[in-house]
Design a protein around this ligand. Structure first.
Ligand SMILES: Cc1ncc(COP(=O)(O)O)c(C=O)c1O
Length: 359
């Protein structure tokens, strides 16, 4: 229940497109075709009514590569990268990419019963943004599962633009919506915000093809897009042919029935997780994610000594993600991946509950 991929096979149409490529036999170099960029553009229009031009779409070898390139465009040893902790562990690695400062704007944690929620600390955000060249936003948020509201997005964008800070919005989880959650891309909010934003999307999480390493940066500002493409080219970041084939099928709409069913199943898993923990592990606090297949569990009130990650690995034989990798606020927490069958989820939770009883 650790790394963020799912136990489910990818949708049939994607597998068929990959089989077709293999059967055809020649697996040569492929450039991202214009038709693929048009498919990405059409998906943004269909999902959000967001109009972007195919020229604004740059294929990248995944989203971590995508923001690692952006750091090179926007940051310097004097202008660091701003992140909202606790956050996806790879966000903590980008500072090492070119030797820049990482600026943390920790989110404020609230507890209501056993339910956790998080909100932005605007004073800290305002203070830290002044030292940044780039704000790396995670929306929906990994590991918290939060989808930021329009109001919060507008306020974050206004502060960044006022301070001449580039917004890089990692929206890799944006199609993994639970219940009736709605999502708005940051750059869709206004033409001014779009001009200052690089949006990163991919079919990888949604359709469970992350090992194919293909994503897209959407950069409406021509000059910024040119600088970004140059950096991609300098680094020789070529997307694999299989990733390109899969992405075209994934974003074409033919897998949307599968996706609808997936969301329904994941919503059921999320509800099962929250109900199970509330009933059988009442000292454990957790989030109710709006999106993603990631739960965030707080064991600080349970009496476990040391890391709950180590505890459950040893005592329950359940592998979760260590909370500390998401930032120091994650101490005493774990991330739980519920992108699996209900049966396995239940088994994992039962083992955890039994181990907790021994504390
Ligand atoms: C927020 C976020 N961004 C990026 C990634 C990884 O993207 P990629 O494998 O395309 O580099 C993940 C994977 O868990 C993620 O959660």
């Amino acid at each position: 229940m650790w790394v963020a991929d799912m136990d489910f096979p990818a949708p049939k149409p994607i597998l068929t497109s990959l089989h077709k490529a293999v059967d055809q036999g020649v697996l040569g170099y492929e450039m991202p075709p214009k038709a693929l960029k048009e498919t990405v553009v059409a998906r943004m229009d269909k999902l959000y009514g967001w109009k972007v031009k195919p020229e604004a779409v740059v294929a990248v070898t995944g989203i971590v590569s995508g923001f690692s390139v952006a750091v090179r465009v926007a940051c310097s040893p004097k202008k660091g990268v701003l992140v909202q902790t606790p956050v996806y562990n790879e966000f903590h690695e980008v500072k090492n990419n070119i030797g820049i400062p990482q600026l943390n704007a920790p989110l404020i944690k609230h507890v209501n019963g056993n339910i956790l929620s998080y909100e932005i600390d605007w004073d800290v955000f305002e203070k830290q943004v002044k030292k940044a060249g780039m704000f790396l936003l995670c929306n929906p948020h990994n590991p918290l599962g939060v989808i930021y509201s329009r109001k919060d997005l507008l306020r974050m964008a206004e502060i960044c633009i006022r301070n001449n800070v580039l917004i890089v919005s990692d929206e890799i989880h944006s199609e993994l919506l639970l219940d009736g959650s709605q999502f708005i891309p940051m750059a869709k909010l206004s033409a001014e915000i779009a001009k200052h934003t690089i949006t990163l999307i991919a079919p990888s999480k949604t359709f469970n093809v992350p090992g194919l390493f293909c994503g897209f940066a959407i950069i409406p500002d021509k000059e910024l897009c040119g600088r970004y493409e140059k950096e991609v080219s300098h680094l020789r970041l070529h997307v694999s042919s299989m990733g390109l084939f899969a992405a075209r099928t994934a974003f074409s709409g033919v897998c949307d029935g599968w996706l609808k069913e997936l969301r329904r199943y994941l919503t059921g898993n999320r509800d099962f997780l929250v109900e199970y923990v509330t009933e059988f592990m009442p000292d454990v606090r957790l989030t109710v994610p709006d999106a993603t297949y990631l739960g965030w569990l707080d064991f600080t009130q349970t009496g476990i000594e040391g890391s709950p990650y180590e505890f459950f690995l040893k005592k329950a034989k359940v592998a979760l993600s260590e909370g500390k990798i998401f930032g120091k606020e994650g101490t005493g927490h774990v991330r739980l991946n519920f992108g699996t069958s209900r049966r396995l989820l239940e088994q994992g939770l039962e083992r955890m509950q039994k181990a907790l009883k021994s504390v």
